[in-house]
Design a protein around this ligand. Structure first.
Ligand SMILES: [Zn+2]
Length: 415
């Protein structure tokens, strides 16, 4: 390798880093300020961090490249053609079905590529996308996004979840789909929203879990995205899990209606969820927009996964952005900093507390099963987001300004 090549991929940075995203190895961890930030000097060589040391002073903020645990690339940017002006769950579903009729391979490829470009510029290193995997366009959507996943592998890890009604996994086509999912290390998904059909729902869930286990595919369900019948889906899932052994990780995305339970009922349910090692992805933006929607009324209660209560029970909770300008939510741009800035107030999470940051950091990476937990340490990937402001208010109010280091190279300058 030439000297020029070595110098191109080496560098250093002095900035403040959240305590929970740092691993100083055998060096003692200095006491962080009340904002939970510690000034560090980072050096890297090639694609790896060489050293991370506490230093006396630093300006600017440094984070690892972040992750998006729940997105829908196949329907991204479809709001303009298929708006949901009433803003309800039912109308979103109806518009989604109409959009599905017009879906083409070219459209899905264009949407996926545009999403990944945004994710790359904004400093994401992994994205989990659910894909509508039944009905018109299902086959080519899966193939197109599997190809994209392959093309982007060096820059962004794209995880694919097959999203179908849970009963589909009990059919012969469901068997074929599971084999196709396993081939690309994908995940088994499904929708479990009230009203649940008692025994029939549990039978379908058992079949889904057996299939996932047999193929070694993790499970990620859309569950209890509702403003009524609190936790109906999670209760059915627990009923099944408590009578069988499942070795693959199971994630509950949304879990919104759990917040409508009484404090005691929630505590008991969360303890059962923790015993089954369930993980949760909270989706504050889409659910804040969609659930409990009534004409001419501001909702008095907002169904949103009760993040802190679940954490207290020992459950890993990640926060995701969900939709990107589609009938379910007109905003969204695969920007982890904008997601933080918008969800921290909705969920009342404090980024200076370790538990407030985990849903965007180590709990999100753990839930996605990534090799690197996202903590900055010697030997970790040289993958950073560098922000000019050195404080949380600056990050939260100027979320768009950043530069991004990936594999030891600045790939996005201040923007
Ligand atoms: Zn979703």
């Amino acid at each position: 390798m030439s000297t020029a090549a070595v110098s191109l991929s080496s560098g250093e940075l002095k900035a403040r880093c959240p305590r929970s995203l740092l691993d100083l190895g055998s060096d003692p961890m200095p006491t962080a300020g009340v904002d939970g930030l510690i000034p560090v000097l980072l050096t890297w060589s090639g694609s790896r961090i060489q050293s991370v040391r506490a230093t006396s002073e630093a300006t600017g903020l440094v984070l690892p490249r972040l992750v998006e645990p729940h997105a829908h690339l196949d329907k991204a940017f479809s709001w303009t053609e298929h708006p949901n002006l009433q803003g309800t769950y039912e109308q979103a579903l109806a518009a989604n079905f109409r959009e599905h009729e017009t879906r083409t391979a070219a459209k899905v490829e264009q949407r996926g590529e545009r999403c990944l470009q945004l994710a790359w510029q904004h400093g994401l290193r992994a994205v989990r996308s659910h894909i509508d995997s039944l009905g018109p366009g299902a086959n080519f959507s899966w193939e197109v996004l599997a190809d994209l996943s392959n093309n982007w592998r060096e820059r962004i890890e794209l995880q694919l979840v097959a999203l179908v009604p849970i009963e589909h996994w009990s059919t012969a086509e469901g068997e074929h789909l599971a084999a196709a999912v396993a081939k690309v290390d994908g995940l088994i998904g499904g929708v479990l929203a009230p009203p649940c059909r008692g025994r029939a729902t549990r039978r379908a869930l058992r079949r889904l879990l057996e299939l996932a286990d047999r193929h070694g595919c993790p499970v990620d369900l859309h569950i209890d995205e509702a403003a009524s019948q609190p936790a109906e889906g999670v209760r059915q899932l627990l009923h099944v899990l408590e009578s069988m052994t499942v070795s693959v990780p199971v994630t509950c995305s949304h879990a919104s209606s759990l917040s409508l339970l009484s404090a005691g009922a929630l505590q008991r349910l969360a303890a059962r969820m923790a015993r089954q090692n369930l993980r949760v992805v909270a989706l504050p933006l889409t659910n804040g927009w969609l659930l409990g929607h009534r004409d001419n009324e501001t909702p008095l209660r907002r169904p949103l996964a009760p993040i802190r209560q679940l954490q207290r029970a020992g459950i890993a909770v990640a926060v995701g952005g969900d939709n990107v300008q589609d009938p379910w939510y007109p905003g969204g741009q695969l920007d982890p900093l904008a997601l933080m800035a918008m969800s921290l107030p909705l969920a009342q999470l404090a980024p200076w507390d370790d538990d407030g940051l985990k849903p965007f950091g180590t709990d999100a990476t753990g839930l996605m099963g990534l090799d690197w937990d996202g903590r900055l340490r010697a030997g970790a990937p040289a993958d950073l987001i560098h922000l000019p402001g050195g404080s949380w208010p600056e990050l939260l109010s100027m979320a768009s300004r950043r530069r991004v280091l990936a594999g030891g190279h600045w790939v996005q300058d201040w923007a």
